[in-house]
Design a protein around this ligand. Structure first.
Ligand code: ADP
Length: 450
């Protein structure tokens, strides 16, 4: 028993430990498997997550791709639009080029001379007509200032007309040489607010001047020729009327009176025509003397006393409050000017009208005015009042006498005294004619010529 007892436990223990070992191993493996399983689960979860992320990214990429495609579409559209614009620009450029060529062709072939100055006052273009007028070549003068141009002998007078800064000139006559007179006008070239320069237009008026001269000479000659027989008629009629050639009947007297008045009108017309031709030829001589204007006005108004009374006109001569300074006047011519104005006022004012003559001291000069309550001058004709042979449509209907030369002569007389003349009028209400003469030693441009 002892032997069995002693041997059997030993085997049992060994077996047990062996089993235990196996169990432990199994347990270890089981644990390892559990852990691996756990790890696997974790990895799977991670992969799942990564997969989801990848899916998200793919979606995003898909979105970006679509956006990119859209952008590409937009870019393509923009490209097309740009191409269209470029085509339009090209077309516009072509048209502009064409227009430029046309303008250049017009400028080149224009019979008027043309000069273009840039905004700094340098010459930028001259056309062939202008080159001919001034006997210059474009290459010698383009790019030069007015001051530099004035050193060219043929351009001196033009440069003097402009001054250094090209002042505005409108229809100024410029004699260039024996057989060439130009009419010069400047046109400012502006684009919106911007000043681009000045265009100078030179129109050849040599022919017009020649015709004008011939016409003046003809009128002058005819008027001179007519004056002598008219004077002879006047004195013969006077003798008949005065009974120097025998007694005449009342009827004969009436007829002769009418003829005498008609002849007088003809003499007035001839004298007016002669005055006009003298003005036009620059021969309207002035003899200025330092004198008082008031007695001259008084003299003229006195000479109309009878006429004023006959027409029952309320007349007033408003004299200056203080004595006016003496001024240089050509007495005869100023008398004629005042006479013309007063004569018109009386003639174009119906009976019972009012006329007021005012003489006053004003702004370094003397101002004369004659205001009437007559027929006035129609608005649409007022711009022509001082031109030769102008007669208002309203006065023509009245069948009053007149030559239409009085105001032209008067204007020339006043301007030759360095003064100016103007008027205000409303048809049917009356008219006021004014003139002002400055008190100065020198006379106007016209007078200095003599
Ligand atoms: P005339 O009186 O000989 O016709 P003028 O040259 O003196 O010539 O005047 C020209 C025209 O101006 C006149 O015919 C008339 O139509 C108009 N006129 C001048 N003065 C007056 C005035 N005071 N009232 C109305 N019209 C006038």
């Amino acid at each position: 028993m002892k032997k069995t007892k002693g041997k059997k436990p030993q085997v049992f223990i060994t077996e047990l430990s062996e089993r235990e070992k196996q169990l432990q191993e199994i347990d270890r493996i089981a644990k390892m498997l559990v852990r691996r399983d756990f790890e696997l689960a974790e990895t799977r979860e991670k992969r799942e997550k990564e997969l989801q992320e990848l899916k998200g990214k793919t979606k995003e990429l898909e979105g970006s791709r679509t956006a990119l495609m859209n952008m590409l579409d937009d870019v393509e559209e923009a490209r097309k639009a740009l191409t269209n614009i470029l085509e339009d620009v090209e077309e516009a450029r072509g048209k502009a080029e064409e227009e430029k060529e046309k303008t250049l062709a017009i400028i080149t072939n224009f019979t008027d001379g043309l000069l273009v100055f840039d905004e700094k006052g340098s010459l930028s273009l001259i056309n062939p007509s202008a080159e001919d007028f001034f006997d210059v070549k474009s290459r010698d003068i383009v790019g030069r200032s007015i001051l530099e141009l004035s050193t060219f002998p043929t351009l001196t007078s033009l440069a003097a007309l402009f001054g250094e800064e090209i002042k505005g000139v409108f229809r100024k006559e410029l004699p260039i040489k024996e057989n060439l007179t130009l009419e010069v006008s400047t046109v400012p070239m502006v684009s919106g607010e911007e000043k681009l320069g000045t265009l100078v237009v030179l129109h050849d008026i040599t022919r017009e001047k020649m015709i004008e001269k011939m016409k003046t000479e003809f009128v002058s000659l005819a008027a001179h020729q007519l004056r002598t027989p008219l004077s002879a008629i006047k004195w013969t009629l006077r003798m008949l009327l005065d009974g120097d050639l025998g007694k005449i009947t009342k009827e004969q007297n009436d007829f002769l009176e009418k003829t005498y008045r008609s002849n007088e009108r003809m003499i007035v017309l001839i004298n007016d025509l002669l005055d006009v031709t003298r003005i036009e030829e620059g021969r309207y001589l002035y003899k200025p003397v330092l004198t008082d204007i008031e007695p001259i006005v008084q003299f003229v108004t006195n000479s109309y006393e009878e006429e004023i009374e006959k027409k029952k006109i309320k007349f007033e001569f408003k004299k200056p409050e203080e004595k006016l300074p003496k001024i240089k006047l050509d007495v005869e011519k100023i008398r004629l000017a005042i006479d013309n104005l007063l004569d018109n006022a009386i003639r174009y004012t119906p009976t019972y009208g009012k006329i007021m003559v005012i003489l006053k001291h004003r702004k370094g000069g003397i101002e004369f005015s004659v205001k009437d309550t007559g027929v006035g001058i129609p608005k649409d004709q007022q711009g022509r009042v001082f031109t030769k042979f102008f007669r208002g449509a309203n006065v023509m209907r009245m069948a009053t006498e007149g030559t239409g030369l009085g105001l032209f002569i008067t204007k020339n007389i006043i301007e030759a005294h360095g003064g100016k003349i103007w008027f205000e009028s409303e048809e049917g209400k009356g008219a006021t004619f004014y003139f002002a003469i400055p008190i100065k030693e020198e006379f106007g441009e016209f007078l200095k010529e003599f």
